[in-house]
Design a binder for this molecule. Structure first.
Ligand SMILES: [Zn+2]
Length: 319
């Protein structure tokens, strides 16, 4: 889902290859905009965040420009700018779509950011930034193919191959959360309705609300995912069973992905990635579904957590 135009003249003129010592990463979210500055060694030199102007596209552009301007004045150097944001930019139109900050949808945000920042900007989906951060110097560092999946209030993912975000003509590479849960059991069909319009998407099972809904369906008890995880750790049998179902479903969903992509590493992020037992139990299950006599793919927890989005945005300028 990398969103860039390799023919951009400004990109050739202003990239790190032209001797720029700093990489700025911007995480443009619905509630906050965060900036980070990485030096050439990947060390964090600065970090700031501001509230996202609500419902105001021009004010959002101005807020990003102000963050970059202030950071450059403070650090005394110009840098490259990479941006991670929900949604994706259509290759065909150049317009952002699918953002939860709806005022950004339908806007030529890359072009406008390049205008206000007076330089080339690389911009991609925030899940791609997570995967790129972890593949560059995080939990997947050194691996050739990294699949980074965020398991949170939704399910997102990105694919990094040899240090580069995998692009695609539809700008949707990694949108695994809206495939159906593979090898479904009878009681998993058709599955809950997903906001995308389908039923039984992986996201409806593997996002936090999916665990809560599954637990309620089996027990009648309405508990949020963190409470289920905490109770399971204390030995609650019903919550343990809910987590076991979750692990087995995650194993199936990842096995399906492994059969297609065969990544070296799967890195998990998002709130649910902090469930310790996943890393032991999921690989125990996925061998039943992967078409191989052994599975050498590693399942690992993120190294940078919530910082991965903004770090990955900075690393969009890694070449
Ligand atoms: Zn869906």
């Amino acid at each position: 889902m990398a969103i860039r135009d390799a023919s951009s003249k400004a990109e050739r003129a202003d990239g790190p290859s032209a001797g720029v010592p700093l990489r700025f990463g911007i995480d443009l979210g619905g509630s906050k905009i965060e900036i980070i500055a990485l030096d050439s060694a990947g060390q964090e030199r600065l970090r700031r965040r501001v509230a996202t102007p609500q419902g105001d596209y021009q004010a959002t552009l101005a807020a990003v420009a102000a963050l970059v301007d202030e950071a450059e004045r403070e650090l005394g150097a110009r840098g490259s700018v990479g941006v991670g944001t929900p949604g994706s930019i259509s290759r065909a139109t150049g317009l952002l779509r699918g953002s939860n900050s709806v005022c950004l949808n339908g806007q030529p945000i890359r072009r406008d950011l390049e205008r206000v920042l007076d330089r080339a900007v690389r911009i991609t989906n925030d899940a791609n930034c997570f995967a790129l951060s972890e593949a560059t110097d995080g939990a997947g560092a050194g691996a050739e193919v990294v699949f980074g999946a965020i398991l949170g209030t939704g399910v997102g993912a990105g694919i990094v191959v040899r240090g580069q975000v995998l692009d695609g003509p539809n700008a949707i590479a990694g949108e695994w959360g809206h495939n159906p849960l593979p090898w479904p059991r009878d009681d998993e069909r058709p599955g809950r309705r997903c906001f995308c319009g389908q039923h039984g998407c992986i996201e409806t099972f593997l996002a936090g609300p999916g665990i809560a809904a599954d637990h309620a369906a089996h027990t009648g008890a309405r508990l949020p995912a963190p409470d289920i995880v905490a109770a399971a750790a204390l030995g609650d049998a019903a919550c343990n069973a809910t987590l076991a179902r979750y692990e087995e479903r995650l194993a199936r969903a990842l096995a399906h992905l492994i059969n297609i992509l065969d990544p070296d590493v799967v890195v998990l992020g998002g709130g649910l990635s902090n469930i310790d037992r996943l890393y032991e139990n999921v690989p125990r299950y996925w061998g039943d579904y992967v078409f191989s006599d052994r599975v050498d793919t590693r399942l690992v927890r993120h190294a940078y957590g919530d910082s991965s989005g903004v770090r990955g945005a900075a690393w969009l300028w890694n070449t």
